[in-house]
Design a protein. Structure first.
Length: 422
């Protein structure tokens, strides 16, 4: 049985034995010495600087997760589920926010409103439900078949007799003959991968309904063998074939479930779908996609625009490319620039500049001048101390900056409309 440790980003994992009355929370969790040692091994074996920080305070060890969210498999018995730190004050709400963001990534578009509605379940089980939904769509139209080239010792003649190989193998076996033939069969790489994936998933601890679905779907694959070489089968499946489009999403999910190191960024050929995401990139992508959809017909939207450089010319070339998250241009040619930042803003602390980094203000000023923008917007996730726009920042008479909250608990269209009409 796999134990899932659920925490928010930037939270701490500690040893329960170091404290008298440890109480788990969304921001801090206490585990057994054995579990802590396994997580500590992971920290120092793989990507310490990228995913974790390890420290000792007054003789007590702690491991803090960084700003990645998703799932980290630790061992055969432990996995860590990291959820966004935002206005959500419970794993269920934070998981729902994460799933909404993931829907804007092409490989995760199979996540539906139905999957958001079951955000009380662990993230892995929600992923598995999405995989099973896709699989059952495939099965409703029938498993793919293909001609597979087979070379084998048989007691019958079919196709072509391989004379040299037959003499080598069957000199003393007069009842056998070595032949090569093409057979139209279900035992193709794509189906072997799916069966192997189901075979792996049946060993996880899910709700009874999900377990039942896994076993029911596995029974359809009775005549298909398990994959003897997953890497080879994935490579074969990734080539253009009549089955490619039907199986594409399923194979991406299967890659995640079967690849032991899929929590490491950009691993494998199917890295467009993974178990772990940098939160700032996820937030930028989410906000950008919503602006593309809801900014209105009066604006044309460019995401991650790359047309401008900070330095116009140095040694005959432009230097230091500028890449604002969102560039909006209206019918009158007026340009507005938006940048999304996954940082905590506190409207109650004007003397600390609300937590806004000075470098971000310099960056926005440079965008404004180079694009000759009329308005600039910094967008941050809303929180209990940042629910309304800050007072406008005037760079000069012709250039102003709006600092806007984006409430992830609300519908995306509503939030985009609020920002476009400050």
């Amino acid at each position: 049985m796999i134990k899932t440790i659920v925490i928010s980003e930037f939270s701490a994992i500690k040893k329960a034995s170091d404290y008298d009355l440890p109480i788990d929370s969304f921001a801090e969790i206490f585990v057994s010495d054995t579990a802590f040692l396994r997580i500590k091994d992971l920290v120092f074996t793989y990507a310490n600087d990228l995913l974790f920080t390890y420290s000792v305070q007054r003789g007590k060890e702690q491991i803090k997760v960084k700003n990645y969210v998703g799932l980290i498999p630790v061992s055969d018995t432990i996995q860590i589920e990291i959820l966004p730190k935002s206005t959500a004050d419970s794993p269920k709400e934070a998981r729902r926010i994460l799933l909404k963001m993931l829907q804007k990534i092409p490989a995760y578009q199979s996540l539906s409103k139905a999957h958001l509605a079951i955000s009380n379940l662990p993230l892995l089980e929600i992923y598995v439900k999405a995989f099973l939904d896709e699989l059952e769509k495939l099965l409703s139209t029938g498993l793919g078949r293909n001609y597979e080239h087979i070379e084998a010792n048989e007691t019958f003649i079919k196709g072509k007799v391989l004379i040299a190989e037959n003499i080598h193998r069957n000199l003393l076996k007069q009842h056998s003959i070595f032949i090569a033939y093409d057979d139209f069969m279900h035992d193709i790489p794509q189906n072997r991968i799916l069966k192997t994936c189901l075979h792996r998933l049946k060993n996880y601890s899910f709700t009874n309904f999900t377990k039942q679905r896994i076993w029911q779907n596995l029974s359809v694959f009775d005549e298909i063998s398990l994959s003897a070489n997953l890497q080879q089968d994935f490579t074969k499946s990734n080539t253009v074939s009549p089955h490619f489009e039907r199986y594409e999403n399923l194979l991406q999910w299967a890659w995640v479930f079967l690849n032991e190191h899929s929590f490491l960024p950009f691993s494998g050929n199917y890295s467009q779908i993974s178990l772990l995401f940098p939160m700032e990139v996820l937030f930028e992508n989410y906000v950008g996609k919503l602006f593309q959809k809801y900014a209105g017909s009066d604006f044309s939207i460019r995401l991650q625009d790359r047309r401008k450089h900070l330095v116009l010319k140095h040694k005959e070339n432009a230097r230091f490319r500028m890449i604002p998250d969102i560039v909006a241009e209206n019918n009158a040619g007026e340009i507005w620039i938006f940048d999304a930042k996954w940082k905590v803003i506190d409207a109650s602390k004007p003397r600390q500049n609300y937590g806004i980094e000075q470098a971000d203000l310099y960056q926005m000023y440079a965008y404004g001048k180079k694009y000759q923008a009329k308005k600039l917007f910094l967008i941050y996730p809303a929180n209990e101390n940042f629910r309304n726009p800050l007072e406008v920042f005037d760079y000069d008479e012709d250039l102003v900056l709006h600092v806007m909250p984006f409430n992830l608990m609300n519908e995306g269209e509503e939030e985009v409309r609020k920002i476009m009409c400050p």
